[in-house]
Every structure is written in structure tokens, then in C-alpha cells.
Design a protein around this ligand. Structure first.
Ligand SMILES: Nc1nc2c(ncn2[C@@H]2O[C@H](COP(=O)(O)OP(=O)(O)OP(=O)(O)O)[C@@H](O)[C@H]2O)c(=O)[nH]1
Ligand SMILES: [Mg+2]
Length: 197
């Protein structure tokens, strides 16, 4: 089984100033504010407070980097997780939102080290315009050595019927609950499989 055996906070950066150098393959987590990005990093790494999670949307304002060690059949593999600020947070001013999205875009488009984009989507709202826009944007900028993985969060908030429907509508996606701690193995296999197999 593939799992994460070590995870440590590396550093925080704003996108243009003090950006850490590239090198290690990176897995970037992005999605609407409050969708569960930070919680999911904590779930994958089995560390409760590694990435700051909060009920207050807009909590993650910096780009946060984590050193990650995967273990698979006694061999260790290094990568980095990148927790990105959520987009679409209505309560910050328009100009700040624009500034965020500009610097986020810059990072996402220009960062060579990113090999995997994890696009997190709230399972209760699978067809929001902003997520459809992000999906198209990622497809349009994706290089041949990059992969996009769509993950639906908060599946604990759906009933069985709603969840089956969602799974039927989004066949190649992964469905997780940070609350119930489900979907971890599938997600780890997808990330690890793409990076190292
Ligand atoms: N029920 C449920 N709640 C969740 C789940 N994932 C996250 N939450 C809650 O949703 C809120 C936001 O979670 P975060 O992980 O901070 O979300 P984020 O995407 O990192 O938010 P920003 O940093 O603001 O962009 C917190 O109150 C979490 O406890 C989930 O799978 N199920
Ligand atoms: Mg966050």
C-alpha cells in the first residue's frame, strides 16, 4: 500500500516575493475557498494541524509548501504539496480578489515543478460556474507532463442517492470526506501513481 510516512511544513510564500526555488515535483491543491483543501492535506498526511484549516473562508492567504515522503514497498519517494489560497471568497474586496487571482494565475501557469493539479470541488455544488471556469482554465494551460485530478469533498453531506448520482455524472473523479476520512487510499494512489509509476 502507498501511504505518506512523513509530512512537514516547509515554508509560506506570496507568489512573487520570496518564492522558493523549484526542483522537487509538486502537487498543487486548488479550489474554492472553504472547499476543504487544507483539511484534505491533513487527511492525506494523517496530521491534524499540518495545514491550517478553519471555518472562516479565506484562511489560507499564502502559498504553503509541505515536504512529503511517500512509502511504497519499502521504498521512499519525495514530493511537495502546495496548499493554495482559495478563490471566490466573496467577503474580501474586489481589488484584493483580483490581486489574489492574478498572483495565483501567475504561479499556476509559470511554476514548472507542478506535476499534479488537485482541483477540489464541493460535492453539494458540482456545477458552479467558477469550478467550470477553473476546469477549462486548467485544461488550457496543462502541459503534457502535468495531470489534473478532480476530487469532490464533503461527500458526507450527501445522501446515498445523491452520491451515486454524482459518481455517475463524474466518472473519473475521486470522492472524499475529510470528516469521515474516506477516499484517502484512492487519492494517494492517484497522486503517487502519476508521480512515480
Ligand atoms: N462535513 C465536512 N466538512 C468539511 C470537510 N472538509 C472540510 N470541512 C470543513 O470545511 C471548513 C473549511 O475547511 P478548510 O480545509 O479550511 O478549507 P480550505 O479549502 O482550505 O479553505 P481556504 O483556506 O479558506 O481556502 C472547515 O470548517 C472544515 O472542518 C468534509 O469533507 N466534510
Ligand atoms: Mg485552506
Amino acid at each position: 500500500m502507498t501511504r505518506i510516512v512523513e509530512a512537514n511544513f516547509l515554508t509560506s510564500c506570496t507568489s512573487e516575493e520570496n518564492m522558493i526555488s523549484e526542483g522537487m515535483s509538486e502537487v498543487a491543491f486548488l479550489g474554492r475557498s472553504n472547499v476543504g483543501k487544507s483539511s484534505f492535506i491533513n487527511l492525506l498526511t494523517n496530521k491534524k494541524n499540518l495545514a491550517k484549516s478553519s471555518g472562516t473562508p479565506g484562511k489560507t492567504r499564502l502559498i504553503n509548501f509541505f515536504d512529503i515522503v511517500y512509502k511504497n514497498e519499502d521504498e521512499k519517494f519525495l514530493t511537495r504539496f502546495v496548499d493554495l489560497p482559495g478563490f471566490g471568497y466573496a467577503k474580501v474586496s474586489k481589488s484584493l480578489q483580483e490581486q489574489w487571482s492574478k498572483s495565483l494565475n501567475h504561479f499556476i501557469v509559470n511554476r514548472i515543478s507542478i506535476r499534479v493539479f488537485i482541483h477540489l470541488i464541493d460535492a453539494r455544488h458540482p456545477n458552479q460556474k467558477i469550478d467550470n471556469d477553473v476546469r477549462e482554465f486548467l485544461k488550457s494551460i496543462k502541459r503534457d507532463d502535468q495531470k489534473i485530478i478532480e476530487i469532490f469533498t464533503k461527500t458526507d453531506k450527501l445522501n446515498q442517492k445523491e452520491l451515486s448520482r454524482l459518481k455517475k455524472d463524474f466518472k473519473n473523479c475521486i470522492f472524499i470526506s475529510n470528516l469521515k476520512k474516506t477516499g484517502v487510499n484512492k487519492a494517494n494512489e492517484a497522486i503517487f501513481g502519476y508521480l512515480f509509476n
